[in-house]
Design a protein around this ligand. Sequence first.
Ligand SMILES: Cc1cc2nc3c(=O)[nH]c(=O)nc-3n(C[C@H](O)[C@H](O)[C@H](O)COP(=O)(O)OP(=O)(O)OC[C@H]3O[C@@H](n4cnc5c(N)ncnc54)[C@H](O)[C@@H]3O)c2cc1C
Length: 436
Amino acid sequence: MTAPTPLPVVIIGGGFSGAMLAARLAERGQASVLIERQGEAGPGLAYSTVQDAHRLNVRAGRMSAMADRPQDFIDWLTTHHPDQADPNGFAPRRLYGHYLRERLAAVERACPGLIQRVSGEATAVEGCAALLSEGRRISGRAVVLATGNPAPRTTPKGQSSRILSDPWAVGALAPIQPDDAVLILGAGLTMVDVVLALDAQGWRGQALALSRRGLLPRAHGPHHDAPVALPTDALEGPLSRRLSVARRLAATHGWRGVMEGYRPITAALWRAATTKERARFLRHLRPWWDVHRHRIAPQVEARLNALIADHRLTVRAARIRDVSASAEAVTAALDPHTDRTPRTVAAAWLIDCTGPGHDPAATPLTAALIAEGQARLDPLKLGLDLDETGRVLRADGTPDPDLYVLGPPARAAFWETIAVPDIRQRIEALTDVLTA
Ligand SMILES: Cc1cc2nc3c(=O)[nH]c(=O)nc-3n(C[C@H](O)[C@H](O)[C@H](O)COP(=O)(O)OP(=O)(O)OC[C@H]3O[C@@H](n4cnc5c(N)ncnc54)[C@H](O)[C@@H]3O)c2cc1C
C-alpha cells in the first residue's frame, strides 16, 4: 500500500515571502499551492520594478533568499551579472526579481510536483481552504497569508486624476510632464523610489515632499558595520534609559553599528515588551527607528542630495489639513502649527508616498476573518494579532492551528519582518512548524 500524499500548504501571495516559503517547503518534501493574483510568482511588489535606479536597500551579500546558503545571491550575480556581484554593493532590485524567479523555477525542477502555481485572487479563507474570486476552492492542511502590505489609504482613490494615490500602480507616473511641479505626501522610501523613477523618465520639475517630521531615510556607510555589543541596560528596564544608553553607544561607536547590534534581537525585544512599552516606542521613536533601520544605498543618497542641492527636491515637516484638486492642479492646506512652509502649496500633481497601509480590515480577505471572529486586530492596530509562531489569534484569543501570517503583515508579532534577512528567518521557522 502506498502512503497517502500529504495535503499541500495553501500559500496566498507569491511575493518574496510566499514564493520562498513554497521553495523551502518543497526542499523539505512538503507540497504547497502558491496563489498569486498579479503576474508571475517571485518578485512581488518590491522587485517587480524595471528601473535600474531602484536599488536594493540591503547589501547584496545579505540578500540570499535562503538562510542556509548565505552566498546564493552573490553566486547567482557572479554567474549572470558579474559586474553587480559585489557583496558590499546594492544591486538593482530588478535583478533580485530575476533571481527570485529563477530560484523558484530551480526548486520546481529539483522537486517536481511539489509546488502548484495558481493564478487568481483569494477572497476568503474557510478552515484550511482558500476561496478564489472565480469560485474555485483550494484546500490543504494549513493556510499561510503572505499577502504583503495592504494598499495605502491616505488619499481617497478616484478623488481627482491629479491625485496619484497608488504610486506603485503600473504607469502611475506616466502622465507627469517633464516640467510639472509635484507635491509628495511622505518622505520615506516610497518617496525616494518615486523621485528616482521621475528622474529616470526625464522629469525636470520641482518636488516638495512633506511628512510630519521631515525626516529622510539615512544611507548605508561604505562597508557593513560590525554590530556593537549591547549591554544589558540597552535591552532591559525603562525605555528612556535604554534610549540614552543607545545614544551614548552611538556617539562612541557610530549609530549604524548600534542598529546592527539591535538587528538580530529586535523581534525578541518586541515580544518581551508590554503593550504600553510598544505604544510608547511607536508614538515617540518609530520615525527615527525607521529612518535609521531601513537605509538607502549610498548612490541613491548621492542622487537625492544632488536634486536637493539643485532645489528640485525639498523635504519639509508639515501636516496636510486639506487637499483640493481641479482639472489642472492640486492645492494643499497645511497645518500652521507644524509647518515652516507657506500655508497653502500648489502643484500639478499630488503623489501619495505615505507607504504601505497596515490595516487588515482594508482588504476583503482579512476583513472577513475579523468580522467572523476568526481573527482580531492586535491592540495597537499594527495588523492581525498573532502568537509567537505566527498563528492567527481568533477573537477569543485562541490560536487558529492552521492559519499563519508571513512577511510584513506579521509586524504585530515580530515588529521587524519587512526586509529579506528578517523574513527568511521567519520562513525557516515556519517551514520547521509546517513540516514537523
Ligand atoms: C519598494 C520596496 C523596496 C524594497 N526593497 C527591499 C530591499 O532592497 N531589501 C529588502 O530586504 N527588503 C526590501 N523591501 C521589503 C520587502 O517588504 C520584502 O523584501 C519582501 O519583498 C516582502 O515580500 P512579500 O511577499 O511579503 O510581500 P509582497 O512583495 O507585497 O508580495 C505579496 C504578494 O501577494 C499577492 N497578493 C496579495 N493579496 C492576494 C490575494 N488575496 N490573492 C492572491 N495574491 C495576493 C500580491 O499580488 C503580491 O504579489 C522593499 C519593499 C518595498 C515596498
